[in-house]
Ligand binder design. Sequence first.
Ligand SMILES: [Mn+2]
Length: 231
Amino acid sequence: MIGVTAIPRPVHAGFGTYQGQTLGDAFIRAIEAAGGVPLILPSTEPDHAARQVALIDALVLSGGADVHPSLYDDEVRPEMAWLDQHRDAWELAVLDAARDRGLAILGICRGSQLLNVWRGGTLVTHLATEVEHDAMAPDRHGLAITGGSLLADVLGTTETAVTTLHHQGLDRIGAGLAAVGRAPDGLVEAVEDRSSRIIGVAWHPELQLGEDPGQALFDWIVREAHADTEV
Ligand SMILES: [Mn+2]
């Protein structure tokens, strides 16, 4: 059972717009294809996180809003159109609960950024002005992966190309995390903690399931979940 955090956002329906908790169907298909059972976890009260996490065997953090800069001692910029402090607080509690249970964790885009902040790291708040990086390119940029890393083992390569749809970037890397993937401009786009079975990626594997850095990550998280339940 793979828990995936939902993305709170406005949903445009025939009768108007309402606030929903959403998840792209690609996450569901990727987990199913890997042999796992997907379970969408709604953003709710942080006090509920431990009971939600008690239901799952591994955790995937999805993308979405920027991580609030107050969590890493920076300030809100005018370019930050999408912040969600309720989700921040809940998802940090989910991470604490997953750590307490020793679950494997895959953080995607915002999820990789939240993982880094959770471990005491910092973010580049607005890539376009602070670091020159083709963050919202329509296609891909290259990624160099550290040989011998967990990520290199999972993807079976040290060189690939990844989707780039992110507004924030990883800056100072948090405690216990290793930077294991870099864009050609040097921006860190993957972190891991091998001993804790944690991988965070800045790209969107759910949008490139037919390629190297896509389905293999979902296959990994489901394998780790099975490893825990087949005792
Ligand atoms: Mn990028």
